[in-house]
Design a protein around this ligand. Structure first.
Ligand code: Z5A
Length: 219
Protein backbone atom coordinates (compact mmCIF):
# COMPACT_ATOMS: atom_id res chain seq x y z
CA UNK A 1 0.00 0.00 0.00
CA UNK A 2 1.21 3.50 -0.88
CA UNK A 3 2.64 5.50 2.02
CA UNK A 4 1.44 8.92 3.13
CA UNK A 5 3.21 12.10 2.07
CA UNK A 6 3.29 14.79 4.78
CA UNK A 7 4.91 18.20 4.42
CA UNK A 8 5.70 20.73 7.13
CA UNK A 9 5.57 24.40 6.28
CA UNK A 10 5.71 27.84 7.82
CA UNK A 11 8.01 30.79 8.40
CA UNK A 12 11.35 30.76 10.17
CA UNK A 13 11.73 29.09 13.56
CA UNK A 14 8.27 27.49 13.65
CA UNK A 15 9.75 24.17 14.73
CA UNK A 16 9.35 22.07 11.58
CA UNK A 17 12.55 20.08 12.09
CA UNK A 18 11.72 19.45 15.75
CA UNK A 19 8.17 18.30 14.95
CA UNK A 20 9.24 16.04 12.07
CA UNK A 21 11.60 14.20 14.38
CA UNK A 22 8.91 13.71 17.03
CA UNK A 23 6.31 12.53 14.52
CA UNK A 24 8.82 10.15 12.90
CA UNK A 25 9.52 8.55 16.29
CA UNK A 26 5.80 8.04 16.97
CA UNK A 27 5.12 6.61 13.52
CA UNK A 28 8.07 4.23 13.75
CA UNK A 29 6.87 3.05 17.16
CA UNK A 30 3.53 2.30 15.47
CA UNK A 31 5.37 0.06 12.97
CA UNK A 32 5.35 2.51 10.05
CA UNK A 33 8.47 2.93 7.90
CA UNK A 34 9.40 6.61 7.67
CA UNK A 35 11.64 8.70 5.44
CA UNK A 36 12.61 12.13 6.80
CA UNK A 37 13.64 14.59 4.13
CA UNK A 38 13.79 18.30 3.36
CA UNK A 39 13.65 20.95 0.68
CA UNK A 40 15.64 22.36 -0.83
CA UNK A 41 17.51 19.06 -0.87
CA UNK A 42 16.62 15.44 -0.20
CA UNK A 43 18.46 13.92 -3.19
CA UNK A 44 22.07 14.29 -4.28
CA UNK A 45 21.34 16.78 -7.06
CA UNK A 46 18.89 18.77 -4.98
CA UNK A 47 21.38 18.99 -2.08
CA UNK A 48 23.91 20.54 -4.50
CA UNK A 49 21.25 23.07 -5.53
CA UNK A 50 20.53 23.76 -1.84
CA UNK A 51 24.08 24.91 -1.37
CA UNK A 52 23.80 27.25 -4.38
CA UNK A 53 20.49 28.65 -3.19
CA UNK A 54 21.03 29.15 0.51
CA UNK A 55 24.58 30.40 0.89
CA UNK A 56 26.01 33.75 -0.01
CA UNK A 57 24.49 37.06 -0.97
CA UNK A 58 20.74 37.47 -0.43
CA UNK A 59 20.42 39.04 -3.92
CA UNK A 60 22.43 36.31 -5.69
CA UNK A 61 19.33 35.00 -7.51
CA UNK A 62 16.23 36.84 -8.70
CA UNK A 63 12.97 35.39 -7.33
CA UNK A 64 12.18 33.91 -10.78
CA UNK A 65 15.58 32.19 -10.96
CA UNK A 66 15.04 30.93 -7.43
CA UNK A 67 11.61 29.52 -8.36
CA UNK A 68 13.21 27.58 -11.23
CA UNK A 69 16.11 26.30 -9.13
CA UNK A 70 13.80 25.18 -6.30
CA UNK A 71 11.64 23.46 -8.93
CA UNK A 72 14.65 21.67 -10.46
CA UNK A 73 15.61 20.38 -7.03
CA UNK A 74 12.00 19.36 -6.31
CA UNK A 75 11.77 17.43 -9.56
CA UNK A 76 14.92 15.44 -8.72
CA UNK A 77 13.78 14.92 -5.12
CA UNK A 78 10.39 13.59 -6.27
CA UNK A 79 11.93 11.26 -8.86
CA UNK A 80 14.76 9.88 -6.76
CA UNK A 81 13.32 9.76 -3.24
CA UNK A 82 9.73 10.79 -2.63
CA UNK A 83 7.78 8.82 -5.24
CA UNK A 84 9.84 5.58 -4.89
CA UNK A 85 9.53 5.72 -1.07
CA UNK A 86 5.75 6.21 -1.20
CA UNK A 87 5.45 3.31 -3.62
CA UNK A 88 7.38 1.12 -1.17
CA UNK A 89 4.73 1.98 1.44
CA UNK A 90 6.94 4.33 3.44
CA UNK A 91 5.63 7.56 4.91
CA UNK A 92 7.56 10.60 3.72
CA UNK A 93 7.92 13.54 6.12
CA UNK A 94 9.24 16.53 4.22
CA UNK A 95 10.56 19.76 5.76
CA UNK A 96 9.11 22.30 3.26
CA UNK A 97 7.69 21.53 -0.19
CA UNK A 98 5.75 23.39 -2.88
CA UNK A 99 3.98 25.81 -0.51
CA UNK A 100 7.40 27.32 0.30
CA UNK A 101 7.78 28.30 -3.37
CA UNK A 102 4.27 29.76 -3.40
CA UNK A 103 5.07 31.77 -0.28
CA UNK A 104 8.76 32.76 -0.58
CA UNK A 105 9.08 33.25 -4.35
CA UNK A 106 5.40 33.85 -5.11
CA UNK A 107 3.78 36.18 -2.64
CA UNK A 108 6.88 37.51 -0.88
CA UNK A 109 9.08 37.52 -4.04
CA UNK A 110 6.38 38.72 -6.49
CA UNK A 111 6.78 35.82 -8.94
CA UNK A 112 3.37 35.53 -10.68
CA UNK A 113 1.19 32.75 -9.28
CA UNK A 114 0.37 31.55 -12.87
CA UNK A 115 4.10 30.91 -13.43
CA UNK A 116 4.37 28.99 -10.16
CA UNK A 117 1.17 27.05 -10.90
CA UNK A 118 2.56 26.03 -14.31
CA UNK A 119 5.80 24.75 -12.79
CA UNK A 120 3.78 22.84 -10.15
CA UNK A 121 1.63 21.26 -12.86
CA UNK A 122 4.66 19.69 -14.56
CA UNK A 123 7.00 19.12 -11.61
CA UNK A 124 4.64 18.06 -8.81
CA UNK A 125 1.72 16.88 -10.96
CA UNK A 126 -0.35 14.49 -8.83
CA UNK A 127 2.31 14.15 -6.10
CA UNK A 128 0.75 16.72 -3.76
CA UNK A 129 1.20 16.00 -0.05
CA UNK A 130 -1.65 14.07 1.58
CA UNK A 131 -1.30 16.39 4.55
CA UNK A 132 0.52 19.67 5.14
CA UNK A 133 1.06 21.02 8.64
CA UNK A 134 1.48 24.77 8.60
CA UNK A 135 3.29 25.81 11.78
CA UNK A 136 1.96 29.31 12.40
CA UNK A 137 3.87 31.80 14.51
CA UNK A 138 4.40 35.55 14.95
CA UNK A 139 7.50 36.17 12.75
CA UNK A 140 9.26 38.13 15.48
CA UNK A 141 9.13 35.10 17.78
CA UNK A 142 10.14 32.73 14.96
CA UNK A 143 13.09 34.87 13.85
CA UNK A 144 14.35 35.13 17.42
CA UNK A 145 14.30 31.32 17.69
CA UNK A 146 15.96 30.88 14.28
CA UNK A 147 18.63 33.49 15.04
CA UNK A 148 19.51 31.84 18.35
CA UNK A 149 19.95 28.53 16.53
CA UNK A 150 21.95 30.20 13.73
CA UNK A 151 24.40 31.68 16.25
CA UNK A 152 25.20 28.12 17.40
CA UNK A 153 25.61 26.86 13.81
CA UNK A 154 27.89 29.75 12.83
CA UNK A 155 30.11 29.01 15.80
CA UNK A 156 30.43 25.39 14.65
CA UNK A 157 30.81 26.03 10.87
CA UNK A 158 33.07 29.08 10.67
CA UNK A 159 30.47 31.34 9.07
CA UNK A 160 29.03 29.02 6.38
CA UNK A 161 25.43 29.29 7.51
CA UNK A 162 22.16 29.22 5.58
CA UNK A 163 20.73 32.55 6.66
CA UNK A 164 19.81 34.31 3.41
CA UNK A 165 16.05 34.51 3.94
CA UNK A 166 16.34 35.16 7.64
CA UNK A 167 18.09 38.43 6.76
CA UNK A 168 15.07 39.76 4.87
CA UNK A 169 12.96 42.56 6.34
CA UNK A 170 10.13 41.90 8.78
CA UNK A 171 7.40 42.76 6.22
CA UNK A 172 8.66 39.88 4.05
CA UNK A 173 8.02 37.49 6.95
CA UNK A 174 4.59 38.99 7.69
CA UNK A 175 3.67 38.46 4.00
CA UNK A 176 4.86 34.86 4.23
CA UNK A 177 2.70 34.19 7.26
CA UNK A 178 -0.39 35.60 5.52
CA UNK A 179 0.33 33.58 2.40
CA UNK A 180 0.49 30.33 4.39
CA UNK A 181 -2.79 31.16 6.14
CA UNK A 182 -4.38 31.88 2.75
CA UNK A 183 -3.14 28.55 1.36
CA UNK A 184 -4.64 26.76 4.38
CA UNK A 185 -7.95 28.52 3.82
CA UNK A 186 -7.97 27.62 0.13
CA UNK A 187 -7.02 23.95 0.69
CA UNK A 188 -8.52 22.97 4.05
CA UNK A 189 -8.51 19.23 3.31
CA UNK A 190 -4.75 19.12 2.76
CA UNK A 191 -3.55 21.87 5.11
CA UNK A 192 -3.86 22.00 8.88
CA UNK A 193 -2.68 25.08 10.75
CA UNK A 194 -0.80 24.28 13.98
CA UNK A 195 -0.31 26.99 16.59
CA UNK A 196 3.49 27.16 16.89
CA UNK A 197 3.37 29.58 19.82
CA UNK A 198 3.03 26.78 22.34
CA UNK A 199 5.32 24.24 23.93
CA UNK A 200 7.02 21.67 21.69
CA UNK A 201 5.06 18.84 23.35
CA UNK A 202 1.68 20.55 22.86
CA UNK A 203 2.43 21.16 19.18
CA UNK A 204 3.33 17.51 18.81
CA UNK A 205 0.06 16.45 20.52
CA UNK A 206 -1.92 18.48 17.95
CA UNK A 207 0.00 16.94 15.05
CA UNK A 208 -0.20 13.41 16.44
CA UNK A 209 -3.97 13.69 16.99
CA UNK A 210 -4.38 14.40 13.30
CA UNK A 211 -1.75 11.91 12.12
CA UNK A 212 -3.59 9.12 13.93
CA UNK A 213 -6.60 9.83 11.72
CA UNK A 214 -4.35 9.47 8.66
CA UNK A 215 -3.15 6.11 9.98
CA UNK A 216 -6.76 4.94 10.43
CA UNK A 217 -7.69 6.12 6.93
CA UNK A 218 -4.70 4.46 5.31
CA UNK A 219 -5.33 1.05 6.98
N1 Z5A B 1 12.79 28.06 0.44
C1 Z5A B 1 12.26 28.83 -0.58
O1 Z5A B 1 12.46 30.03 -0.63
N2 Z5A B 1 11.51 28.22 -1.55
C2 Z5A B 1 11.27 26.89 -1.56
O2 Z5A B 1 10.59 26.39 -2.47
C3 Z5A B 1 11.84 26.10 -0.49
C4 Z5A B 1 12.58 26.73 0.49
C5 Z5A B 1 11.60 24.63 -0.46
C6 Z5A B 1 15.32 26.75 3.84
O3 Z5A B 1 15.97 27.05 4.97
C7 Z5A B 1 15.04 28.09 3.20
O4 Z5A B 1 14.67 27.86 1.84
C8 Z5A B 1 13.85 28.74 3.84
C9 Z5A B 1 12.83 28.95 2.73
C10 Z5A B 1 13.60 28.70 1.49
N3 Z5A B 1 14.12 30.01 4.35
N4 Z5A B 1 14.93 30.41 5.14
N5 Z5A B 1 15.71 30.92 5.82
P1 Z5A B 1 16.35 25.99 6.08
O5 Z5A B 1 15.92 24.61 5.68
O6 Z5A B 1 17.78 26.22 6.39
O7 Z5A B 1 15.56 26.54 7.31
P2 Z5A B 1 14.05 26.61 7.66
O8 Z5A B 1 13.26 25.62 6.90
O9 Z5A B 1 13.63 28.02 7.51
O10 Z5A B 1 14.12 26.13 9.15
P3 Z5A B 1 13.92 27.05 10.43
O11 Z5A B 1 12.65 27.83 10.27
O12 Z5A B 1 15.12 27.85 10.73
O13 Z5A B 1 13.69 26.08 11.53
P4 Z5A B 1 12.49 25.08 11.82
O14 Z5A B 1 12.83 23.76 11.20
O15 Z5A B 1 11.13 25.58 11.52
O16 Z5A B 1 12.57 24.98 13.37
P5 Z5A B 1 13.49 24.06 14.30
O17 Z5A B 1 14.86 23.89 13.73
O18 Z5A B 1 12.76 22.85 14.68
O19 Z5A B 1 13.54 25.02 15.56
C11 Z5A B 1 14.22 26.25 15.52
C12 Z5A B 1 14.67 26.61 16.95
O20 Z5A B 1 13.50 26.88 17.75
C13 Z5A B 1 15.43 25.47 17.64
O21 Z5A B 1 16.40 26.02 18.45
C14 Z5A B 1 14.32 24.78 18.46
O22 Z5A B 1 14.82 24.12 19.59
C15 Z5A B 1 13.44 25.95 18.84
N6 Z5A B 1 12.01 25.57 18.97
C16 Z5A B 1 11.31 24.72 18.17
N7 Z5A B 1 10.03 24.63 18.60
C17 Z5A B 1 9.93 25.45 19.67
C18 Z5A B 1 8.84 25.78 20.53
N8 Z5A B 1 7.62 25.27 20.38
N9 Z5A B 1 9.09 26.66 21.52
C19 Z5A B 1 10.33 27.21 21.69
N10 Z5A B 1 11.39 26.92 20.91
C20 Z5A B 1 11.20 26.05 19.90
Amino acid sequence: MRGQFISFEGGEGGGKTTQIKLLAEKLQAAGIKVVQTREPGGSEGAEALRHLLLTGDVAAWSPISEALLFAAGRSDHLEKLIRPSLEEGKWVLCDRFLDSTRAYQGVAGNVPQEFIATIEKYVVADSLPDRTYILDLDPEVGLARANARMADIKEQSAGLAEDRFENMRLQFHLDLRQCYLDIAKAEPKRCHVINADQAIGSMHDDIWADAQKLIEKSN
